[in-house]
Design a binder for this molecule. Structure first.
Ligand SMILES: *[C@@H]1O[C@H](CO)[C@@H](O)[C@H](O)[C@H]1NC(C)=O
Ligand SMILES: *[C@@H]1O[C@H](CO)[C@@H](O)[C@H](O)[C@H]1NC(C)=O
Length: 232
């Protein structure tokens, strides 16, 4: 398959995932998730204490550098979060993570996570919740914490629409060893959500070993991110 066709398929999937929503007059297509059940089957992640509010399909990379001991260590991630709230409960919902990961894996190397983010900008109406990346821990000033930032998309112009997470629970993905762990986090700062779940992950794991001094690597992954509670 030629790279452009793969890119087109990937974008068509994202467009489908994002637009398979009931037609309505709302400027933002987002469906009510307050009675949705977050599927953590096969893990010991805790039940949510707040109602689900947002559901994003994360498409991006997990980044790793090689330690002097010759093993990879995670140094952050970058992902675009597509709003898939309207697909929850629809036929095929359980396959979204697999389909998205297969297409993201097939996408040509030239299509990077930052490019997915800039392509996401082209969708109209907006079907992007926001971005996921890492920031210096805003409380201690050292180490990196994950941030989910909806200030440029779902709540454009509202500087409060973010959450920086503290990891509370981390369990092996029940789907397989090549999938990154499923996580439960709470808000360290920010009022976008009280709790964040990373579940139904695909890919993102680093190879078992590396040559010390080798460059940072970017490993493709997809994941569902659920956000509960919050002030939005
Ligand atoms: C993670 O990788 C992306 C490329 O996918 C890059 O743009 C980003 O700056 C990296 N972030 C960190 C913290 O290494
Ligand atoms: C966490 O989010 C809740 C709900 O929006 C908010 O009331 C609370 O202040 C946030 N916590 C922190 C530490 O920012």
């Amino acid at each position: 398959m030629v790279p452009t066709l793969k890119s087109a398929m990937f974008l068509a999937f994202l467009a489908y995932a994002s637009f398979a929503a009931p037609a309505n007059d709302q400027p933002v297509l987002r469906c009510d998730l307050s009675s949705a059940v977050i599927d953590t089957t096969g893990t010991t992640l805790p039940a949510p204490k707040f109602s689900p509010k947002f559901l994003g399909l994360g498409v991006g990379t997990q980044n790793y550098t090689c330690t002097s001991a010759g093993v990879f260590t995670n140094v952050g991630a970058l992902a675009e979060l597509f709003d898939i709230s309207c697909l929850f409960g629809e036929p095929g919902f359980d396959d979204i993570a697999i389909i998205a990961f297969d297409l993201w894996s097939l996408a040509p190397p030239g299509l990077s996570a930052p490019e997915v983010i800039s392509l996401g900008e082209k969708f109209d109406p907006p079907v992007i919740l926001g971005e996921h990346y890492f920031v210096v821990n805003p409380v201690t000033g050292s180490g990196l914490n994950p941030k989910w930032d909806f200030t440029s998309h779902a709540f454009a112009g509202n500087p409060e629409a973010f959450v920086v997470g503290s990891k509370i629970d981390d369990v092996a993905a029940p789907t397989g060893a090549s999938d990154i762990d499923w996580l439960y986090l709470t808000n360290l700062t920010g009022s976008l959500a009280n709790e964040i779940y990373r579940v139904d992950t695909r890919g993102g794991q680093a190879p078992a070993s590396c040559v010390p001094g080798s460059k940072e690597i970017f490993v493709k992954y997809t994941s569902l991110y659920w956000f509960t509670g919050g002030a939005f």
